[in-house]
Design a protein around this ligand. Structure first.
Ligand code: PEP
Ligand code: MG
Length: 583
């Protein structure tokens, strides 16, 4: 449990507290006045409220029954036109993509849609008597099979071909293009689920909130919503049954989606939500409870670009270095690595910057490592375990971090993902310290590590709890699995007990224990984590203001009380409700 920090001044409100009086509850009042015809319930995974008209993301087109072809030449023209439409749409999206990596992917996809070999296959299938839609389907299936049989990086392009197929068939059948709609006014996007390709062009200026039928707290939808600062609800059964144009409100805290609220009520909710967002945007200063207890608010980043945007955070709690390695056939060179790490260190002079060594495997396959396919990759050679097979990759990365550190004013902290035993922690610490790195830590993502947090801290200087993976491994639930969202809920009391154990180990050892999983971005849960004794919270830049505000409105004692309430609860809903009622 959290203990008063030496040197803090109880009773003195920090700067943030004075700028954060009443807030979200007032916004929620507007919804309380609503008598909605129906309220759907899901899991709120990105906080805030929004209201507007719903528009659903069009799914892949269903193939109609085949029709006999009487004019093959005209049918080929129809099919080719479909492929051209798909290529043009992808090129348009590429031109609008702000992120260079996304632009490259879309441009490559547009080229693929115009591939003469694909067109030739379509010609042949029409020649064999197929209509345009079925010929495109068959040609794409054939090329897909070729890509998959090549394996590795090439096989990963198969899903790009699926997207081309869907777009070209939709064009041929005169159906809406699959993907994010553009109705010409701000809207609430509903979908079965959201994949990275669906969302690269998502414009937070026109999308007000996200609601999906599937997805969990650590799904792509959740991470994207938080990065964009959009309220979001996942695992919301019935979301895709809401008619386009219906006025709804979305509460990303409670997970409630109220339908048929009418334009007037929606306007009022939206006005209040915007005022609240403005107010939060004006908060500043270091993270502190209402009575001045310091809690470092740090950023989760994948590159220096994620750190930009003017959010006054106190450093970086998780630099996911694997983004430098993704989509590569060879490892980045020493120079490339040094320059990427140095860029981040220079952006945070004098601040804490925690660099995580490569976290490969499962949802982040890295072809250049040449690791064998595994039947159960989440339980296989991933995270720090990759060093068992390729120790030179870890050593090269530590060399680059040490060199980047030497050339900057910052003293980087370095940590390993997926540490499981004290022996692994000791080995990592030895490698890092032998290169002059002084703050050496590990991520707690496996229950065994949490249970032995004290022994890990005999070897390491700090721990950072990755609640996304710790949930996955504690509840034996694939973190991408929408049907298991309730088990992956970071309010699960069993997860909180493991976090409490880590925090207690940190307190006993006098060493920092932070949280860098998505749990840290939930403002209400942040008060619980602080009450459990966690010393820092790391999250995407957009999540910082609301978490700062929540802490500033709770004293350390209230945080401790919230932690007790959540630990005593029988399930996540009860935990959430108990803490919300105590707000
Ligand atoms: C986590 O598992 O909580 C974490 C922060 O790591 P990642 O999401 O990158 O696996
Ligand atoms: Mg992880």
């Amino acid at each position: 449990m959290l203990e008063p920090a030496p040197g803090t001044e109880p009773g003195r409100s920090p700067e943030t507290a004075s700028t954060t009086a009443a807030s979200d509850p007032a916004t929620r009042e507007a919804a309380a006045a609503v008598t909605p015809s129906e309220t759907l319930r899901g899991l709120g995974i990105s906080p805030g409220r929004s209201a507007g008209r719903v528009h659903q993301m069009a799914g892949p087109p269903l193939l109609p029954n085949p029709v006999p072809v009487t004019d093959p030449a005209a049918e080929i023209t129809r099919a080719v036109r479909g492929l051209e439409d798909a290529a043009e749409e992808l090129a348009r999206r590429a031109a609008k993509a702000a992120d260079p990596a996304a632009r490259d992917i879309l441009e490559a996809q547009a080229v693929m849609a115009g591939d003469p070999m694909l067109r030739e296959s379509v010609d042949q299938y029409v020649g064999a008597g197929m209509d345009a839609a079925h010929a495109i389907d068959a040609a794409c299936a054939h090329h897909r099979q070729v890509l998959v049989s090549v394996g590795g990086y090439v096989a990963e392009r198969a899903s790009d071909l699926d997207d081309i197929r869907n777009r070209a068939i939709a064009a041929v059948l005169g159906l809406p293009m699959p993907g994010v709609p553009s109705p010409g006014h701000p809207f609430i996007l509903t979908a079965e689920d959201l994949a990275p390709a669906d969302t690269v062009n998502l414009d937070p200026g026109s999308v007000l909130a996200l609601v999906t039928e599937k997805g969990g707290p650590t799904s792509h939808t959740a991470i994207l919503a938080r990065a964009l600062g959009l309220p979001a609800v996942v695992a919301c059964s019935g979301a895709t049954g809401i008619d386009d144009g219906t006025w709804v409100s979305v509460d990303g805290d409670t997970g409630e989606v109220s339908t048929d609220i009418g334009e007037e009520v929606a306007g009022e909710i939206q006005r209040r939500a915007l005022a609240e967002r403005d107010r939060l945007g004006r908060t500043s200063g270091p993270g502190r409870t209402a009575d001045g207890y310091p809690v470092k608010l740090l950023l989760n980043i994948g590159s220096v670009a994620d750190a930009q945007g003017g959010v006054a955070a106190e450093g970086v709690g998780l630099f996911r270095t694997e983004f430098l390695f993704l989509d590569r056939r060879t490892a980045p060179t020493h120079e490339e690595q040094v320059s990427a790490y140095a860029a981040v260190l220079h952006a945070f002079p004098g601040a804490q910057v925690v660099i995580r060594t490569l976290d490969a495997g499962t949802d982040k396959p890295l072809p250049f490592l040449g690791l064998a396919d595994e039947i159960n990759p989440a339980l296989g050679v991933r995270g720090l375990r990759v060093a068992r097979r390729r120790p030179e990759v870890l050593d090269a990365q530590l060399d680059a971090i040490a060199e980047a550190a030497g050339a900057s004013d910052a003293s980087p902290w370095v940590m390993a993902p997926m540490v499981t035993t004290p022996g692994e922690a000791a080995d990592f610490a030895r490698r890092a310290r032998s290169r002059g790195l002084v703050n050496v830590g590990g991520m707690v993502e496996v229950p065994a590590a949490a249970l032995h947090a004290r022994r890990l801290l005999d070897e390491l200087d700090f721990l950072s709890i990755g609640t996304n993976d710790l949930s996955q491994y504690t509840f034996a639930s694939d973190r991408q699995h929408g049907d298991l969202a309730d088990l992956l809920d970071p309010w699960q009391p069993a997860l909180l007990h493991l976090i409490a154990q880590c925090a207690e180990a940190g307190r006993a050892a006098g060493k920092p224990v932070g949280v860098c999983g998505e749990a840290a971005a939930d403002p209400l849960l942040a008060t619980v984590l602080v009450g459990l004794g966690v010393t820092s919270l790391s999250m995407s830049a957009r999540s910082v203001p609301a978490v700062r505000d929540a802490l500033a409105r709770h004293s350390a004692d209230q945080c401790r009380h919230n932690a007790q309430l959540a630990l005593a609860a029988h399930d996540p809903d009860e935990a959430r409700r108990a803490v919300r009622e105590a707000w």
